[in-house]
Design a binder for this molecule. Structure first.
Ligand code: PLP
Length: 399
């Protein structure tokens, strides 16, 4: 029997939307910059940026204007025709990176699927199909991206998954070397693991991976879905490391809130996928591309410098407020992508922050994850720290 229609958003959601997400008890009505407002009008400082999607900030006027203008002009054509926003965005992405070609899609998982298919197609003539991935990685929920995600908890109940994703250890080049064989086609890595608990690769490790992939003629693919587009203080995280990959996947922050993903390919890999090899109906949607163009315009050298400074200051201040907190195991990260690993569950801290008007997240059960908006102001950073200080100084909550 159907339920009587209800005006309560939470009830309606829990009744009719598939329960694949554990939602916070918060209905967000509107957002602007670093802030969101709930249905009672209470405002929250968003230190999570909608999972790094509203990367620079929420509803940025330039992005809103670009979307409005494009929506009125043209919303969709399919990839059977040419459109200016997709062409302009692809040009921008190539001009500002190592890439020669871009494939547009709609999400991070799809961008990684495209990377996986490209790596396999490239290795096909030599019978190479294996892609080395890393413990604690996260590449998305579609079956290929899921198989590449080396976290058994996400695999449970969905097997058999596509084979050919041997798992190496992050920052251990010997563990990668040990897995390379005649079937190895490439390596897929997040330069800074996000979902896995904010684990940055070391500089030495990424440089060693680059050397190793050159030596063995393997494709080196970086998943920059969470850690690119300014997060580490450079436009792309590979620039922070000074290591150019062959492939780079993007999504999340690219559209500033609009759904868009992209696979960027170096010149040597620009002819691997041929007409008919891959596709997606909405890929390169003109409205999403217009939004992404506006986002790229906002990611200026001054903005990236701001991120580096804010990241350094935030890290320093976080270190100061956790001094003596025995339940904090480690603080790590790069730029404005920071994780605080606890020896106890993190959920109560997330709730305590939310009650005080600060949105953060906990990943892996005990890593508090901070992904503040890149345009975070100094007073906003101080406001967040004040709340974090209060919450972290409280008696240790019981989960
Ligand atoms: N890759 C990384 C590094 C991610 O963090 C995520 C999502 O959290 C994905 C891929 C999947 O992106 P999407 O949820 O847009 O499919």
């Amino acid at each position: 029997m159907k339920m009587k229609p209800t005006s309560d958003v939470k009830t309606k959601t829990d009744t009719y939307i598939y329960g694949t997400y554990k939602r916070n008890p918060l209905t967000i009505m509107r957002a602007h910059g670093s802030w969101v407002w709930d249905d009672a009008g209470k405002k929250y400082l968003d230190f999570f940026s909608g999972l790094a999607v509203s990367g620079i900030g929420h509803n940025l006027p330039a992005v809103v204007k670009a979307v409005q203008t494009q929506v009125k002009r043209l919303m969709h054509t399919s990839n059977l025709y040419y459109t200016a926003p997709a062409a302009d965005l692809a040009e921008q992405l190539c001009q500002r990176s190592f890439a020669a070609k871009v494939f547009f899609c709609n999400s991070g998982a799809e961008a990684n699927e495209a990377a996986i298919k490209l790596i396999r197609k490239n290795g096909y003539p030599q019978g190479r199909h294996e892609i080395i991935v890393f413990e604690n990685s996260f590449h998305g929920r579609t079956l290929g991206a899921l198989a590449a995600t080396a976290q058994p908890k996400f695999h449970e109940g969905f097997g058999p998954l596509p084979a050919g994703f041997p798992v190496a250890k992050m920052n251990r080049i010997d563990s990668v070397q040990a897995l390379i064989g005649p079937k190895t086609a490439g390596i897929l890595i997040e330069p800074v693991q996000g979902e896995g608990g904010i684990h940055p690769a070391t500089r030495e490790f990424l440089h060693a991976l680059r050397a190793l992939t050159r030596e063995h003629h393997l494709v080196l693919a970086f998943d920059g879905v969470q850690c690119s587009l300014g997060r580490t203080g450079d436009l792309f995280s590979y620039q922070t490391y000074g290591v150019e990959p062959d492939l780079l996947t993007l999504a999340k922050g690219l559209g500033g809130g609009m759904p868009i993903g992209a696979l960027l390919a170096a010149p040597a890999f620009s002819e691997v996928l041929k007409p008919g090899d891959h596709g997606t109906t909405f890929g390169g949607n003109p409205v999403c591309c217009a939004a992404a163009l506006a986002v790229l315009k906002l990611l200026t050298p001054a903005m990236l410098k701001h991120v580096k400074q804010q990241g350094q200051d935030l890290m320093k201040e976080l270190r100061a407020i956790i001094a003596g907190a025995t339940f904090v195991k480690e603080l790590r990260g790069m730029g404005l992508m920071i994780g605080m690993e606890l020896t106890i569950p993190g959920a109560p801290f997330v709730e305590a922050c939310r009650a005080k008007g600060l949105l953060i997240n906990c990943t892996q059960g005990n890593v508090l994850r901070f992904l503040p908006p890149l345009a975070l102001s100094v007073p906003e950073r101080r406001a967040a720290l004040k709340i974090l200080k209060e919450v972290l100084r409280q008696p240790v909550p019981v989960a």
